[in-house]
Design a protein around this ligand. Structure first.
Ligand SMILES: Cc1ncc(C[n+]2csc(CCOP(=O)(O)OP(=O)(O)O)c2C)c(N)n1
Ligand code: SF4
Ligand SMILES: [Mg+2]
Length: 299
């Protein structure tokens, strides 16, 4: 029987369009980041928190323009510093849903040192990295995820460096939610982002978002569509950490999408730890004069 109440609850409160701002993106036509912002707004609509309860933080890069194209609170910060600022926001306002956007350079070059610390603190953020394997904004230099041998304006004869593997990087530090998506599979990407947002703790999502201007041919959406393999179709169990690590090693050769690892028993978040500590301190309240006495040297 359909009741009025069930009718009301079945109507989605928000549409993806409610999370899209009036600002017109200035990305190159065809840039993969267009698809990423669409997937993010769909995921936010599915989660159903209103835009004023969402904060979206980014660093600097083409990809870091994303917060401005949403109706969430936005902070386009400093190159490589999106994570520390997002952590501060989450700790100051735990009720906010905090998303973070970076490029591969923002996340794993200048900002690489912050990744370990947000993971070990397990701060409840959703970190979306648009991995185009190039510095897009600054016109096509090598990035930390550029493949060995890649020729760019700064590597005329080809890169001599092995790329960072973002999936292994975060798994190495113990991330509890690790996924990869692509705008070549929009519905899949929106679902992954939604799951990342719903995950209680730090969630990392690597997005194979191609740069149409400086990116390689094999990264473009058309080529990705022929290579893409969903982890679901492989029968992968996201709780299987050992298998997830094996699959993560294939970054750069295979293009897996879906949830690679989801810790079935995630550790407490930093926010939960703070609440616990506050409770303990409340229970152990020591009278003020006793604390002062501890610091007064005995005659
Ligand atoms: C401290 C600092 N160093 C360097 C820069 C120059 N810079 C701006 S964006 C960027 C890299 C952009 O690449 P990525 O993070 O991969 O983002 P994309 O543009 O590819 O999305 C660099 C080196 C800067 N803005 N600030
Ligand atoms: S330079 Fe590349 S990453 Fe930047 S907007 Fe253009 S296509 Fe996108
Ligand atoms: Mg990049």
């Amino acid at each position: 029987m359909t009741t009025l109440e069930s009718n009301i609850t079945s109507v989605p409160r928000f549409q993806a369009g409610d999370f899209k701002s009036d600002l017109k993106p200035i990305w190159c036509p065809g840039c993969g980041d267009f698809g990423v912002v669409t997937a993010i707004t769909r995921a936010l609509a599915a989660v159903g928190r209103p835009p004023h309860e969402v904060a979206f933080v980014s660093g600097i890069g083409c990809s870091s323009r994303i917060p401005g194209y949403t109706t969430a609170y936005g902070f386009n910060t400093v190159h490589g510093r999106a994570l520390p600022i997002a952590q501060g926001i989450k700790l100051a306002s735990p009720g906010l849903l905090v998303l973070v956007a970076s490029g591969d350079g923002d996340a794993f070059s200048i900002g690489g040192g912050h990744v370990a610390h947000v993971i070990r603190r397990n701060i409840d953020l959703t970190y979306i990295v648009m991995d185009n394997q190039i510095y897009g904004l600054t016109k096509g230099q090598l990035s930390p995820t550029s493949p060995r041998g890649r020729k760019t304006v700064t590597s005329n004869f080809g890169s001599l460096e092995a790329p960072v593997n973002p999936l292994l990087y975060v798994m190495g530090y113990g991330a509890s939610f690790v996924a990869q998506g692509s705008p070549a599979d929009m519905a899949g990407l929106a679902r992954i982002i939604e799951e990342g947002i719903r995950f209680p703790g730090f969630a990392f999502i690597n997005v194979q978002s191609p740069c149409v201007t400086y990116g390689l041919e094999e990264q473009q959406l058309k080529a990705q569509k022929t290579r893409l393999q969903t982890l679901e179709s492989l029968g992968h169990d996201p709780a299987d950490q050992a298998r997830a690590t094996e699959l993560a090693r294939e970054y750069g050769t295979k293009l897996y999408t879906g949830i690679l690892y989801r810790n079935p028993k995630p550790p407490p978040t930093y926010g939960e730890g703070v609440l616990d500590r506050q409770q303990t301190l409340k229970e152990q309240t020591v009278p003020r004069h006793e604390i002062l006495n501890r610091f007064i040297p005995k005659a």
